[in-house]
Write a protein that binds this ligand. Structure first.
Ligand code: PEP
Length: 268
């Protein structure tokens, strides 16, 4: 049996005061929920302050990204050890907003800005290995664009992504990794992927994991769904056998809605 996980990605939302308040609400409401791993990913700047709130609770801390080097002249980057020193247990890697597949382009600028953060499967692979070597557990994201889905390319795109970011991983790395299937067209749009379809794609992902890492690793690996998960659609998603939890943006920014998601995940 895979233990469910509900992970909240706060993105670039919450100053330290708001982050501490939100974390406090989650710890108070859901901190004792058995049967589900609870993860929150505040902005880097709030990690230490939130750690003060979550430290003695079952709520685990994640970062939203990291760099693979240990230290050095990498202005603006964050190393795994720095995240560990802020209390992080997990790190989200390869989110579509970092892969440049879903960039926000300011007026007057061109499509080139889409790749402004520049993550891809190769960099995500290096980051995941560096994260595990340091003692962090990566939550690695994959998912197709709307145009790719419309052209019937979903299975191939997602399979290629998973094969590429798991390339050359050791057993220890496979065991530490959680995969999040996040169709890009469903992120932040309110348009959720149908439960049966999300389950089907998560099954494809598990098949790829079995192909590269063996059946036992695939059976043990958690695969989350992400993309407009809300209290009113979470039941149908969490009831699916291949879906082991959620990676949630908008609905993780209110303690009561996030706690509802946690409770539903814990029941499934
Ligand atoms: C996300 O940030 O990974 C996400 C899925 O966002 P939302 O739940 O808002 O679609």
């Amino acid at each position: 049996m895979r233990r469910p996980m509900m992970a909240g990605n706060w993105k670039m939302v919450c100053d330290n005061t708001a982050a501490v308040e939100l974390a406090g609400g989650i710890v108070a409401d859901a901190g004792q929920t058995a049967g589900c791993d609870i993860v929150i990913a505040p902005p880097f700047t709030a990690l230490s302050a939130v750690n003060e709130v979550t430290a003695d609770s079952p709520v685990a801390l994640a970062a939203q990204n990291m760099y693979w080097e240990d230290s050095g002249a990498f202005t603006g980057e964050i190393a795994a050890d720095m995240l560990l020193s802020c209390g992080c247990e997990y790190v989200i890697l390869g989110h579509s907003e970092r892969r440049g597949r879903f960039g926000v382009i300011p007026d007057g600028f061109t499509e080139e800005l889409r790749s402004v953060f520049g993550d891809n499967d190769a960099t995500v692979n290096i980051k995941a290995k560096a994260a595990v070597a340091a003692g962090l557990k990566p939550i690695v994201c994959c998912g197709e664009l709307l145009a790719e889905r419309e052209q019937g390319m979903t299975d191939a795109i997602v399979s290629d992504q998973v094969r590429a970011f798991l390339a050359g991983c050791s057993d220890a790395e496979f065991n530490a990794i959680t995969i999040a299937y996040e169709p890009v067209w469903a992120i932040g749009t309110g348009e959720v992927c149908d439960g049966d379809e999300a389950n089907r794609v998560c099954g494809i992902i598990r098949g790829v994991v079995a192909e590269v890492a063996g059946q036992e690793v695939a059976e043990a690996m958690r695969i989350l769904y992400g993309g407009s998960v809300k209290p009113d659609n979470v039941e149908g998603l969490m009831a699916q056998p291949e879906i082991d939890g959620g990676l949630v943006g908008g609905a993780s920014l209110k303690a009561d809605s996030f706690c509802t998601l946690i409770q539903v995940a814990a029941r499934n």
